[in-house]
Design a protein around this ligand. Structure first.
Ligand code: ZN
Length: 226
């Protein structure tokens, strides 16, 4: 699962919980941030094999600290708690926001479960599960887009915003679809495990920066409005 994860970030944000969109963008990919970091440190193991599955080249054969169910639940609790600690004192903090952030982190594992070929452990490195939708390129792609679209629609309907930001959000959505098309359909030579992990850090952080900037668009005008 790739851009489909961001569907949860868009859908989770509302004017009631006031969680910054960029925080949710980090949350839904939090497990992959941990994973990429641990791969760079040589602790978790990854092979990049052309044609490993129809929709992905990643053979994540050892990732118990980032992608086992027990680890995912633990990271969700840590992320929710961190949000409570760091944002609890701010005026925008709302009750239950930490729970939503934690649930957003856990959503990553649930969506990965659909796409991954039996490489997700329940605990440690055993009892591996995964429905393997990555073995079917078009349905997996359809699911990514089928999730992202409604997520963005929900974001646009649940949050009042100036027209210019609405346009920017839609443009961002289109960009994510184009990136997913490239990811799924454009053939490329496999990178090394470390380069792949670096790529995850760079691209995911770029999306986080865009999510941050997008919620600034037209915000001054909105505050000054009578
Ligand atoms: Zn993942």
């Amino acid at each position: 699962m790739f851009v489909g994860h961001y569907s949860v970030a868009f859908a989770a944000k509302s004017h009631k919980n006031k969680i910054p969109l960029w925080v949710l963008f980090v949350a839904v990919q939090f497990l992959d941030y941990i994973w990429a970091t641990l791969v760079l440190l040589g602790i978790e193991k990854l092979r990049v094999i052309k044609g490993f599955t129809a929709g992905s080249m990643l053979d994540s054969y050892f990732h118990p600290y980032s992608h086992s169910l027990i680890a995912a639940i633990a990271w969700s609790c840590i992320a929710g708690l961190a949000y409570r600690i760091f944002c609890g004192r701010h005026s925008f903090y709302r009750k239950y926001a930490a729970l939503i952030v934690g649930a957003a982190v856990l959503s990553h594992w649930i969506l990965d479960l659909i796409a991954h070929p039996r490489d997700l452990a329940i605990y440690d490195n055993t009892w591996k599960v995964g429905f393997g939708l990555w073995n079917y390129r078009d349905p997996e792609f359809a699911l990514e887009i089928g999730l992202l679209g409604p997520g963005i629609m929900l974001y646009l309907t649940r949050n009042a915003m100036p027209a210019i930001r609405k346009t920017a959000v839609i443009a961002f959505g289109v960009a994510l679809v184009v990136i997913q098309i490239g990811h799924t359909y454009v053939p490329r030579t496999p990178l090394t495990d470390k380069a792949t992990a670096m790529g995850v850090w760079v691209f995911y952080t770029l999306f986080v920066v865009v999510a941050f900037l997008i919620e600034k668009i037209g915000s001054r005008r909105q505050t000054n409005a009578p």
